[in-house]
Design a protein around this ligand. Sequence first.
Ligand SMILES: Nc1nc2c(CCNCC3CCCCC3)c3[nH]c(NCCc4ccccc4)nc3cc2c(=O)[nH]1
Length: 371
Amino acid sequence: MHFVFHIDATDGAARTGAITMPRGTIRTPAFMPVGTAATVKAMYPGQVRDLGADVVLGNTYHLMLRPGPERMARLGGLHHFMNWPHPILTDSGGFQVMSLSALRKLDEQGVTFRSHVDGSTHHMSPERSIEIQGLLGSDIQMQLDECVRLPADHATIERAMHLSLRWAERCRVAFGEQPGKAMFGIVQGGDVPALRVESARALTDLDLKGYAIGGLAVGEPQAVMLAMIETVEPYLPANKPRYLMGVGTPDDLLCSVARGIDMFDCVMPTRAGRHGLAYTRHGRINLRNARHAEDTRPLDEASACPAARDYSRAYLHHLVRSDEILGMMLLTWNNLSYYQDLMAGMRRAIAEGRLAAFSEETRAAWARAEA
Ligand SMILES: Nc1nc2c(CCNCC3CCCCC3)c3[nH]c(NCCc4ccccc4)nc3cc2c(=O)[nH]1
């Protein structure tokens, strides 16, 4: 059984369906928790699974530096290593190199950089990125690409988009035919509609298993991000998954699903949890704030998640102020649970043809929360 994407229902541009793969099924629209160093920080894998996640992200950049791809392969691969037997998607590492590593160079051959772990020099070509993702055992592998921060000038955006297209072809050759696995292309083109369309058309000609929209959530206003999604969507095959990289807030998810996006990843819910921020049906709550010091209510008594139901805001406030590890654990658990509940709610709403009503009710509940 290979990589099969089917759509069960549509509501406007929104779709709900599933990707069936050998390691499991990914229900879409899907939010993919980020597992940077082979762990979804502060969570047990079983917990991540129980709150509804079908797939997590692995991080090529971190794992190639430590423990290293060949060692990971000797240890049985990332799924075995982190005890996550379900699908794993890995980014290609280029974005992390440009945002995390010191001293880096990018040319036609790939990216050269120094490790933020021990200062050693590394070179990653499109071929090596696909090889690393293969050694990790990744089920969905991303092409190596160049993501340009916005705002940027037309020439820079065009050059990076054309380089990413050439790298997409090299990654496709390096990936070859791996039944049950997939390689996704990444649409670039910044905030220039014509370049976005050119990128989408060229990637569609490569007949890939899925298409990511990259180069967004890099500093542009939400309106620009949404405009680029609307520009590109008609040029992407309707029968292939669309993955919006690095997105986003709950509102971003509502807006992007409505415009035809099927998959998301973002560090927001996990990182915010570690910083004392809780995402709830009533909006975002900063538990560090003194106003919670004697609030005996849980985050959300209607939630099925123990972190949202069995602990008072006063207690969470105490844990956050005391920098207690349990505070990070409970808020990460709550946030990922909220994100998965939001995705499950959208999948159900699309199946019932009422995504607009669902989104309106969801936003109204955020607004009703006390200031
Ligand atoms: N190849 C590639 N990756 C991109 C990523 C990384 C997606 N997450 C990977 C994941 C792998 C495992 C480790 C963690 C990262 C992006 N993230 C964002 N915005 C984040 C905006 C943001 C959101 C919240 C907090 C900080 C920044 N835009 C992105 C554009 C691209 C892109 O064009 N190409």
